[in-house]
Design a protein around this ligand. Sequence first.
Ligand code: SAM
Length: 213
Amino acid sequence: MKEIVNPVQIDYLAFLRNEKDELTLEMEKFAKEHKVPILNWNAAQLLLFLIQSKRPKRVLEIGTAIGYSSILAAKVLRKKSVLHTIEKSRDNIKLAGEYIKRAQLADKIKIIEGDALKIMPELKKKYDFIFLDADKQDYEKLFEHSIPLLKRNGILFIDNLLWHGCVAYKRIPAKEKKSTDIIRNFNRLFMESKLLKSAIFPIGDGVGIGIKL
Ligand SMILES: C[S@@+](CC[C@H](N)C(=O)[O-])C[C@H]1O[C@@H](n2cnc3c(N)ncnc32)[C@H](O)[C@@H]1O
């Protein structure tokens, strides 16, 4: 279980993709070679379209990894907008810092180092856009911390809600059982929330989008 959409259609979309930015392609190659999970390129396009149409002043990302989605998002932000991104892995913080410098986006992206579970309750100012992309077992708590940090009409964008397609199957590989159950429970919570208008889309690994009511 890997692709949630027929691979033939994915290959077709990849063929049409016209990505020319060398750093973006280099980061995708690095992530693939080093098995760093980053946002699927097609889901990233959706993220960027939403950011470009919403024109947020303040964006919060939970889970920086090597800075792939942070850099893509920061590139389409308006001049005075900022992106704060929380990361707990020292190795990833170092790699992300280097890539962000190379992208010349150090003035727009601030890496907040540490565990989002501890950091988020201490953040004071609200955000117009939050991208949740951290450890799946933390999703429920991180979701709870995200809601009060999101402005009214703000957008919450969440990755991996179809979990390689597993959430939709009756029989799943034993090694995916725990994560699948976590995501299934989270999806119910997300879709039933009275605090958001929410939907899940079959793009990338499954993207949840919520609008704060
Ligand atoms: C899927 S990757 C993020 C990918 C990134 N958003 C991208 O698309 O380029 C998840 C990252 O979140 C970090 N992470 C997971 N749980 C976290 C937490 N509770 N606090 C801070 N970082 C966390 C991991 O160390 C990992 O680097």
